[in-house]
Design a binder for this molecule. Structure first.
Ligand SMILES: [Zn+2]
Length: 305
């Protein structure tokens, strides 16, 4: 069973957060002895936006977000919720702060916030593949991309997948970038790399992981590229969507959850793929929300109830 009501928390609305958590507590209390609960937190497209941003679309608050409040909320959830994991679906770099530190600040903050793992986004290549390789290799958590290889070889540029284990629950996490996001990268910055078909790469990782883990989570960076804060954003023909994620979730077998990035196509609750049952979620990006998904697993089989 999953509960994605209030799945995206605007944490400046702390009352709403408390209400949502109280409701979820009721779900936990009702869980039978043979069940256990997993709490998955996720971000996408933070893009080095660390200060609160103007909440021009809301009537009841002026500012929303900010890395300090996000960290406070994550730590609160770690204290109050069972088995909390924290993921990011890419685009941690861009902007002046990232540029002046060549991305080091983003990784330092994520280290402090104790992320479990992340997928690579197109913005991560803004200072070239070598700069990013240096930063990702220093990170104290796995930085994932299953479909990046050094040109004309099968030598991976990054780790394809990772197993994160906590309190007896093992989650296999796979990172992947789609063609639209790849096309947003300056080709010179990834010239020595090949990017392969996401479906093939993801299925290969799932097949390697499936028997070793309880849950498979995809961190995808794909979908339609944002029109970058121009008037075009209000053009419905350019509206970003989750088509690429729906396609991938239907094309691979064995993915339980897909946390998406790149399209900034936020959803207030999970979309369930009609064929495979994969749960698809994404936040709006630039950090005004923390993604939240709570799953109830059968204690014996670890199947989602
Ligand atoms: Zn992106």
């Amino acid at each position: 069973m999953y509960n994605s009501m209030n799945a995206l928390f605007g944490w400046s609305q702390f009352g709403a957060v408390l209400f949502a958590l109280s409701f979820l507590d009721l779900v936990i209390v009702k869980a039978a002895d043979s069940e256990e609960t997993v709490t998955l937190l996720f971000t996408n497209d933070v893009e080095s936006v660390y200060d609160p941003i103007e909440a021009f679309w809301l009537d009841d608050m002026e500012m929303i977000g900010g890395i300090a409040e996000m960290t406070m909320l994550i730590n609160e959830l770690r204290k109050t919720k069972p088995n909390v994991f924290l993921f990011d679906s890419g685009d941690i770099f861009t902007g002046a702060l990232a540029k002046s530190t060549q991305g080091e600040l983003a990784f330092e903050l994520m280290r402090t916030m104790d992320y479990d793992t992340m997928a690579i986004g197109n913005h991560e290549f803004e200072y070239g593949h070598e700069v990013f390789a240096r930063q990702k290799n220093r990170a104290p958590f796995p930085v994932l991309a299953a479909n990046f290889f050094y040109k004309d070889t099968n030598i991976p540029y990054a780790q394809a997948h990772a197993v994160i284990e906590r309190d007896g629950i093992r989650i296999g996490v796979i990172g992947i970038m789609g063609q639209d996001a790849v096309s947003a990268i300056n080709p010179n910055f990834i010239a020595p790399l090949d990017v392969t078909d996401p479906v093939v790469a993801v299925q290969k990782s799932i097949d390697e992981l499936r028997d070793k883990v309880d849950l498979i989570v995809l961190l995808t960076h794909q979908g339609k590229t944002a029109p970058m804060q121009t008037d075009a954003e209000s053009d419905p023909r350019l509206r970003r969507d989750i088509d690429a994620d729906l396609f991938l979730a239907g094309a691979v077998q064995g993915a339980d959850v897909l946390f998406a990035g790149h399209a900034d196509a936020g959803r207030p609750s999970a979309v369930v793929h009609p064929k495979t049952g994969t749960l698809i979620m994404q936040t709006y990006g630039q950090g005004p929300h923390l993604g939240y998904l709570q799953l109830t697993l059968d204690e014996e089989t670890k199947a989602i109830r």
